[in-house]
Ligand binder design. Structure first.
Ligand SMILES: [Zn+2]
Length: 248
């Protein structure tokens, strides 16, 4: 069952944080390092369990020793994780349970699970540019498993994540509905395959999910924030203030 209250866009959750204050609080070296903890990145001591997946009489997948916490509120089977938060973090990956936590409503920042940054253009999302067509506005919907970010963690991600360093774009998002999950899709006859499955797809009963998927359907490209986040030569607060002023 899908809880409709969670399938809403970003526009219903106005954050109360002061953009100006948060920008001024963000300065290079102020805890903004790749070594700092990042909420959704798995630690070396954490791993996805290889729990046995079985088909029920109703054709739905489950674990042989399934527990209530093994399913999302939508009833989707979740990947099981074990281990401890020790050792370095794997920046290019998502811990499945923590990814769900911040991608559900209300949206949380990928780095701290607090409110993501919002200004008059929308919520801040930083994505790898692979395969994306951008012309000031988004050209068509984009499915994302990457959560939005606050300013401090956006800066941290830009410096710590190899994937983003390969090419990143900042978006200001006003609509990003929860539409499905990413995970391994099981079949009674075939080898499991990774995929993205929407909630209205019958395969949703045969997936072990490791991430919640939102569809960004309304966004504009933010050309002012990204240069500030990646520029280590000047205090971020002053540069951010200049850029925001210039945008008006
Ligand atoms: Zn954050």
């Amino acid at each position: 069952m899908i809880d409709s209250s969670r399938r809403r866009d970003c526009g219903d959750k106005a954050t109360t944080d002061s953009t100006k204050a948060r920008l001024q609080a963000l300065t290079p070296g102020d805890g903004v390092t790749a070594a700092s903890a990042f909420f959704i990145a798995p630690y070396a001591g954490e791993y996805a369990e290889e729990a046995e997946v079985v088909f029920g009489a109703d054709g739905r997948v489950g674990y042989r020793d399934e527990r209530p916490e093994d399913r999302s509120v939508e009833g989707v089977l979740l990947s099981r994780w074990s281990g401890t938060q020790t050792g370095p973090q794997r920046w290019g990956e998502h811990h499945a349970r923590r990814q769900f936590h911040v991608m559900e409503a209300p949206l949380g920042c990928a780095g701290c699970a607090g409110p993501p940054h919002r200004d008059e253009r929308g919520i801040l999302w930083i994505l790898h540019t692979s395969g994306m067509r951008l012309t000031g506005h988004l050209m068509g919907p984009v499915l994302v498993t990457t959560p939005p970010l606050c300013l401090r963690d956006a800066s941290k991600a830009m410096r710590g994540c190899d994937v983003l360093q390969g090419g990143a774009v900042a978006l200001r998002v006003t609509e990003a509905e929860v539409v499905g999950v990413r995970g391994m899709v099981y079949s009674p006859t075939e080898t499991p395959e990774p995929g993205i499955v929407r909630f209205d797809d019958p395969r949703i009963r045969r997936v072990v999910a490791d991430g919640l998927v939102r569809e960004i359907s309304h966004a504009e490209v933010d050309t002012t924030t990204l240069p500030i986040l990646t520029d280590c030569s000047t205090p971020v607060g002053s540069r951010a203030g200049e850029a925001r002023s210039a945008a008006h």
